[in-house]
Design a protein around this ligand. Structure first.
Ligand SMILES: [Cu+2]
Length: 156
């Protein structure tokens, strides 16, 4: 029989773990925590992926390929921006930029390379070629007519 009224464990006291028992061994608690971790990690990777998709991927750069005629050619997809947004070419050699406009949004209907005096309409869902004879070294802006979309032609 249990000793009564010892004063150590009054009947009305709330339940307490005996000393020395680690509460983290409570299995149901661990399972709930794991669930929360999975949800949290899933959410975090979704956010990370979105950031990568919209920011890092949008900043992809590319070097123009020289063709047989020594023309450095690059295709730039125009859809909510310029992709790649940075095109690298060698100075002193002709450059051909092929703008592949895959949208009808009016913002991108015109492309401007002001440093070369180029301003050209890009018909929707068509490829439009812009040629630059022999650019000098430098970084040149590629923008839409309203200067909202931005790309860079890097000549080195
Ligand atoms: Cu625009």
């Amino acid at each position: 029989m249990r000793p009564r009224a010892s004063g150590i464990w009054p009947r009305d006291a709330p339940f307490q773990y005996p000393k020395g028992v680690c509460r983290s061994q409570d299995v149901s608690g661990v399972i709930v925590s794991l669930d929360k971790w999975i949800v949290l990690l899933g959410g975090m990777s979704a956010v990370a992926w979105l950031n990568w998709h919209f920011f890092a991927a949008a900043r992809r750069r590319v070097s123009a390929r020289p063709t047989a005629a020594d023309v450095q050619e690059a295709v730039v997809v125009v859809r909510g921006g310029y992709n790649p947004s940075e095109i690298r070419v060698r100075a002193g050699h002709p450059v051909r930029l092929i703008f592949d406009r895959q949208e009808t949004a009016s913002c991108s209907e015109e492309v401007v390379l002001s440093a070369f005096g180029i301003r050209k309409m890009l018909p929707a869902n068509e490829r439009t070629t812009v040629e630059i004879a022999a650019p000098a070294r430098g970084r040149y802006d590629i923008t839409c007519g309203m200067s909202m979309l931005h790309g860079t032609l890097v000549v080195e």
